[in-house]
Design a protein around this ligand. Structure first.
Ligand code: 6PG
Length: 236
């Protein structure tokens, strides 16, 4: 078997698929998973390093977390990417998370690490790479999936600069074009990965992924594999 085939097979074997009937059940399952991961991390290491997904899919999940009981003092929040827009722009991933969840729970502000994308892609990436310096493996990375198979701001046909923890994106096909993303290599340094994929618009990238196509989501290769929570998608 060719090395590339072996890699594809390994990738497929370490990807676990879960299908949920509706928005409420996938959101509740994701919240339970996040809270379990937090409890385990805090029990073992005294803190929970969570990386948030951007986009619209996780909004319901973040809103449910607002009323969850958790040891918030030991949560540390990062983002897998953000768009280069003003801090108060409605399309900022960090604004959405703060609005529906983070400003309603007592996670210390010093432990919520928004990506300073208002500085622009280059300066924002430099600053976030500095923030990530010395941070151990993440405990849980949440990720979305784009209709073209992208995840975070890792897009088809673009390389992930895995020599750094975070890098600038200038030509994202999904607006806005300028972003900062954590690299695939750094996102893979985590104990758990949970992809959240909902809606018929994601059927094609899921089919491609399950058929062994090297979509950008397959760049995320943590030792323990990845879990993909799907809703409104046929796992054929
Ligand atoms: C972004 C996200 C991006 C997103 C997917 C899915 O900043 O746009 O990081 O990777 O997760 O595009 O977006 P939806 O959840 O809105 O479909």
């Amino acid at each position: 078997m060719q090395k590339s085939d072996q890699l594809t097979l390994a990738n497929q074997q370490s990807t676990r698929w879960f299908s949920f009937a509706d928005q409420q059940t996938i959101s509740e399952a994701a919240v339970n998973r996040i809270l379990q991961s937090a409890t385990s991390a805090i029990a073992s290491r005294g803190r929970f390093l969570l990386v948030l997904a951007g986009g619209s899919t996780p909004k319901n999940i973040y809103a449910l977390l607002r009323s969850a009981q958790a040891d918030w003092q030991n949560w540390h929040i990062y983002y897998n990417d953000d768009r280069c827009l003003p801090v108060d722009h409605p399309d900022r991933n960090s604004l959405m998370a703060h609005e529906v969840w983070l400003r309603h729970v007592p996670i210390p502000a010093s432990q919520i690490h928004d990506i300073p994308t208002e500085l622009g892609p280059v300066e924002g990436a430099k600053s976030y790479a500095k923030t990530l310096e010395g941070i151990s493996d993440f405990d849980l990375v949440l990720l979305g999936l784009g209709e073209d198979g992208h995840t975070a701001s890792l897009f088809p046909g673009k390389i992930s600069d895995d020599s750094v923890d975070a890098f600038p994106v200038f030509d994202a096909p999904k607006p806005p074009p300028e972003r900062v993303t954590i690299s695939a290599a750094r996102l893979s340094r985590t104990r758990e990965v949970l992809f959240l994929v909902t809606g018929a618009g994601k059927q094609e990238p899921v089919d491609n992924w399950r058929n062994g196509q090297a979509i950008p989501a397959t760049l995320i290769t943590p030792q323990n594999g990845v879990d993909v929570y799907c809703q409104g998608i046929i796992l054929r």
